[in-house]
Ligand binder design. Structure first.
Ligand code: UD1
Ligand code: MG
Length: 461
């Protein structure tokens, strides 16, 4: 069960029916990714802490895809379909029937991913039949302008395309976020028309109606002006990405993480970092990445869903996916750790080593050019250059178990299922298809021979 809402009177309507034609994409606009997540996820994350009774999301273009993408979300959102896109006012109207009359309604666009909880809190804290979140962008072009009377009271919103040259000079604009009393909103929306440049039912027209009714209209402003920026095309999406990355990097820097080249680190998920962590130039972090004290991530590394214990060092150009270290390890350069890799303290994974479903105990080493898959490697074992676990017979995967302090000579193929005993030694170049006993040398390769008196062929005359 979802937690009890802390604001049971608050219902949120997210407007997400637009197709975002200017993205030139097959993907519905609110599914365009930003910082590794669909745009809509950012909006839902920002409003969740408000503790609303329900979140109603109005969808239209690509409705099924949007619904599928958020199927697992908890608490679940309530989907509302807007069959025809007749404007933001019409979109809100589709959701109102499922909202109780006594509620307060927070409306926000689904394509405003940088919006912060603090700004929404500021609006939700207002006690008025209608309240607007406004901001002052560097360039107000395209936004609805906030009209105020001589006393500074808001009296209306004028959309760009309906505005006079003078009104276009106004710098304060509508963010698209609005808080309204549900009953009043239903009444005002029932009275709006579409007599405007776009032949749409504008949500923003409720402001003029509220003023005409003598209802108080309040405003609050965004903490940062870029919070309200929307993404209509790829250029704007890229600008939002840059802003989001800057915000995330700033949070890491503030938390004490060292980023020698901050603007060349990409944070596409959630990072949790201890003290004195260093993330070097060109690193990309995705999913949930947890870095213990003193972890160092070298240049050009990609980490997805990893948990690295204190003191772990990942050298340049390593790719780690679903890997975990439980003590200080040394990884890379040019290592590839795949899901199910678990490395204990003192493990060394060197260049061009790939691991998958592999558990390496304390101090085990694979320093060069190896594949270690579906394997268990004992403490202190040393896998020489070119060690390959042949885990796949073309149909099934099999396990390789390597004992502690085993020594596997270079260029050995371990044909699974196979067990190498504790302290066993495997001669270089062996193909091991049967178990190798503990404490013994096992060699499986043709014997070396030399042919004395052998002559090189000579060129035919
Ligand atoms: C809207 C506001 C404008 C504000 C701007 C902020 C109106 C009339 N204008 O303009 O004052 O400055 O946002 O970015 O509200 N949508 C639907 N169904 C519809 C129409 C729109 O779900 O029928 C959704 C869109 O997908 C989008 C949001 O509502 O997420 C805003 O619609 P959009 O067409 O982008 O409005 P703007 O012209 O940007
Ligand atoms: Mg818009």
């Amino acid at each position: 069960m979802p937690p009890d809402p802390s604001r049971p009177d608050l219902h949120v309507i997210v407007l997400a029916a637009g197709e975002g034609r200017r993205m030139r994409s097959d993907r519905p606009k609110v599914l365009q990714p930003l910082g590794g997540q669909p745009m809509l996820a950012h909006v839902l994350d920002a409003l969740a802490p408000l503790g609303p009774a329900a979140v109603h999301v109005v969808i239209g273009a690509g409705a099924d895809r949007v619904r599928d993408a958020f199927e697992a979300r908890r608490p679940p959102v309530r989907w509302v379909e807007q069959a025809e896109r007749l404007g933001t006012g019409h979109a809100v109207q589709q959701a109102l029937p499922s909202i109780p009359a006594g509620a307060r309604v927070l409306v926000l666009p689904g394509d405003m991913p940088l919006i912060r909880t603090e700004s929404l809190e500021r609006l939700v804290g207002i006690d008025a039949p209608l309240a607007l979140l406004t901001f002052e962008p560097g360039d107000p072009t395209g936004y609805g302008r906030i009209l105020r009377d001589d006393a500074g009271r808001p009296v209306g919103i004028r959309e760009e395309r309906d505005a006079s040259a003078r009104e276009r000079q106004i710098g304060e604009v509508n963010s698209g976020v609005m808080l309204a009393d549900a009953e009043c909103l239903a009444d005002w929306l029932g009275r709006i028309g579409n007599d405007n440049a776009q032949r749409e039912y504008y949500l923003t027209d409720v402001v003029g109606l509220a003023v005409a009714d003598g209802a108080a209209v309040a405003t609050a402003s965004c903490g940062e002006s870029r919070e309200a920026l929307g993404a209509n095309d790829r250029v704007q999406l890229a600008a939002l990405e840059a802003a989001l990355q800057a915000r995330r990097r700033r949070a890491l820097l503030d938390a004490g993480v060292s980023l020698p080249v901050p603007d060349q680190v990409q944070l596409r998920g959630r990072v949790e970092a201890g003290r004195d962590v260093v993330i070097d130039v060109g690193a990309v972090l995705e999913g949930t990445v947890v870095l213990g004290d003193g972890v160092e991530i070298g240049p050009g590394c990609v980490l997805r869903d990893c948990r690295l214990a204190a003191g772990t060092r990942v050298e340049a150009y390593s790719v780690l996916d679903g890997a975990e270290t439980t003590g200080a390890c040394r990884i890379g350069p040019f290592a590839r750790l795949r899901p199910g890799t678990v490395l204990a303290a003192g493990v060394k994974i060197g260049n061009f080593v790939e691991t998958k479903n592999a558990v390496l105990a304390e101090g085990a080493k694979a320093s060069h050019l190896s594949y270690v898959g579906d394997a268990e490697v004992g403490a202190g074992a040393n896998l020489g250059a070119g060690t390959i676990t042949c885990n796949y017979d073309g149909v099934n995967k099999h396990r390789t178990v390597i004992g502690s302090d085993a020594f596997v000579g270079s260029n050995s193929a371990l044909v699974a299922p196979v067990t190498i005993g504790d302290r066993a030694t495997i001669g270089a170049g062996s193909t091991i298809s049967g178990n190798a006993p503990a404490d013994a040398l096992t060699v499986a390769r043709a014997r070396q021979k030399s042919l004395p008196g052998w002559k090189r062929p000579t060129r035919k005359s």
